[in-house]
Design a protein around this ligand. Structure first.
Ligand code: FAD
Length: 531
């Protein structure tokens, strides 16, 4: 009886999926080419579909026809081959990490979403699932990590070996494939480069369903395309990531400024000490705005002692905008006796308000995982899964003062709606590799500015309008910024974003994903047109 039931239900799943996939792109879907094992891993139940139809942004909704839960890279390759070899037009496929995009970038309307985190759950699934640490004469220590792994798990595993990646995002519950498709930036970027600058090799499933290993020496064009490639060229199933000796503790400091030029001058001075193996350099430099309408601490981290909140609040009332420098220096048993002296030297001559300097000493893992506490608090209050009309920009150093006057003072302060974090910190362009797909401004130093708004379900448009207003200001005054985690509505805007890289980006798309199967949620290529 049980056997009969199993047969009937298998037949039903096959029937539904074949019907669904026949509809996709009005393709003649070759159902026979989809192995039975794969159809078992395709889900079409309302819960799976609804989870893949939303993202962290909570603004865009796009419904896929099915969600694949692969247990090994071969499952993904088989799905891509079905899409590629289908007669007529193909169906779209989007890899989804944790769906922490904010504008539907990991969605596949009418197609198949691949849940990459299920690869990570199948540790026995062969390349693409585990995290393993090795050493070689040419590379030193490195980790091979699955594309669906969370950076938090990579940290935990590598720390077992006394090792750690050197470049991070601020928040660790993002996937390896997701951040490598963008860049992966944080306060370490000025010194160690973005995460995409710390990858030696990858396994990638291209748009023809081939599983290819690529590196700067082996299939370099694919390697450079995929890094910062917004998911357009292939699905990353494994990345080989650079490791270094892990520190154990962190001196973590914040200093407040009322003068913007003092603040940026100090940030730029600190990031000028950026040799990878240089002793008198910081490991992390960030910064943020503090304003009277928001609390001194945000969900990104609780830092200031509660007893100091009243005097910080009165400073905010006095100056309206206060600029907060945030820095960190790592140390371990070998350097614990010298770290304070090193910091003193680095801080000599900084121009912050002297009474507003704060320091903490925390474990390395707690420093890297500092955003988690805020996430858990907001989740408990029902305030994590709300709309996030975020805007992340790269602003050239030569125009950052104009940006402060025109945007921070004249738009953000006047509109008085921003209560969430606004990040601002500089990076060195020479830590980025221009062969990669990621796009940054054409100046040696540029700032990342992140407006990390949370809003209610009814009022996210007011943040959207504020974002529009500040972009118009930059357009009108000729500030040549670039978007990070970009989202544009048409090809013209994408052409402008990529600038001189556009031609190569298109050629790479034609070569590695000729049927334009991947990541349609980025809305870069129109699947109805050929390239
Ligand atoms: P998803 O949103 O699921 O996917 C992003 C894009 O990559 C999609 O186009 C998807 O199709 C594609 N993709 C996903 N996996 C793969 C894969 N294996 N192979 C190929 N393509 C793939 N970013 C930073 O750089 N620094 C930060 O400090 C930072 N902090 C953040 C904090 C929070 C709270 C949040 C929500 C986001 C933050 N981000 C940060 C942004 C984050 O890097 C992006 O959201 C990124 O998309 C990673 O999220 P994800 O793993 O959920 O990927």
């Amino acid at each position: 009886m049980a056997e009969k039931f199993l047969l009937v239900s298998q037949f039903m799943v096959m029937f539904i999926i074949t019907r669904l996939l026949l509809t996709v792109g009005k393709a003649k879907f070759p159902a026979h080419s989809l192995p039975d094992k794969l159809t078992e891993k395709l889900r079409t139940d309302p819960e799976s579909i609804s989870a893949a139809s939303v993202d962290f942004g909570n603004i865009v909704r796009e419904t896929p026809l099915a969600v694949l839960h692969p247990s090994c890279p071969k499952d993904i390759a088989a799905l891509v081959r079905s899409a590629y070899h289908g007669d007529g037009s193909s169906f779209a496929i989007a890899a989804r990490g944790r769906g922490h995009s904010v504008r539907g970038q990991a969605m596949a309307p009418g197609g198949v979403v691949v849940d990459m985190t299920s690869l990570a759950r199948h540790r026995g699934g062969g390349g693409g699932s585990a995290i393993s640490v090795s050493w070689s004469r040419s590379l030193g220590y490195y980790a091979d990590v699955g594309g669906g792994q969370l950076w938090r798990d990579v940290l935990e595993e590598t720390l077992w070996h006394g090792l750690s990646p050197v470049s991070w995002p601020d928040y660790l519950y993002l996937t390896v494939g997701g951040t490598l498709s963008n860049a992966g930036i944080s306060g370490q970027t000025f010194r160690y480069g973005p995460q995409i600058s710390n990858v030696y090799e990858m396994d990638v499933i291209t748009g023809t369903g081939e599983l290819t290993t690529c590196s700067p020496d082996k299939n370099p064009e694919l390697f450079y395309s995929v890094l910062g490639g917004l998911g357009q060229f292939g699905i990353i199933t494994r990345a080989r990531v650079a490791l270094d000796r892990a520190p154990t503790r962190v001196k973590w400091a914040r200093m407040l400024y009322s003068d913007f030029s003092d603040f940026t001058r100090d940030q730029e001075y600190l990031i000028s000490k950026n040799g990878r193996y240089q002793d008198n350099a910081l490991d992390y430099v960030e910064g943020m705005l503090l304003m009277p309408q928001g609390p001194p601490d945000s969900w990104r981290s609780s830092f200031f002692p509660l007893s100091d909140h009243p005097r910080i609040i009165s400073l905010l009332k006095q100056h309206k905008i206060v600029y907060c420098l945030e820095v960190a220096k790592y140390y371990d048993d070998l350097t614990q006796n010298t770290v304070n002296k090193d910091l003193e030297k680095l801080f000599e001559g900084l121009n912050h308000i002297p009474e507003f300097e704060f320091q903490k000493d925390v474990a390395y893992v707690d420093f890297l995982d500092r955003v988690r506490e805020g996430e858990l608090k907001l989740t408990a209050q029902g305030l994590w899964d709300v709309p996030h009309p975020w805007l992340n920009l790269f602003v050239p150093k030569s125009r950052i003062a104009d940006f402060n006057d025109g945007v921070f003072k004249n738009i953000i302060l006047k509109r008085n709606i921003t209560t969430g974090p606004v990040l601002i910190y500089p990076m060195n362009r020479n830590k980025w590799d221009d062969q990669m797909s990621a796009v940054v401004p054409d100046e040696d130093v540029f700032y990342t500015v992140g407006f990390l708004h949370s809003s209610g379900f009814d009022d996210w448009q007011q943040f959207y309008l504020q974002n529009k207003e500040l972009l118009s200001f930059c357009e009108d005054t000729g500030i040549e910024l670039k978007h990070y985690l970009p989202s544009f509505g048409n090809e013209q805007e994408w052409m402008r974003h990529f600038g001189s890289k556009w031609r190569r980006f298109r050629q790479r798309k034609a070569r590695f994903d000729p049927k334009m199967i991947f990541s349609p949620g980025q809305k870069i290529f129109n699947r109805n047109h050929s390239i």
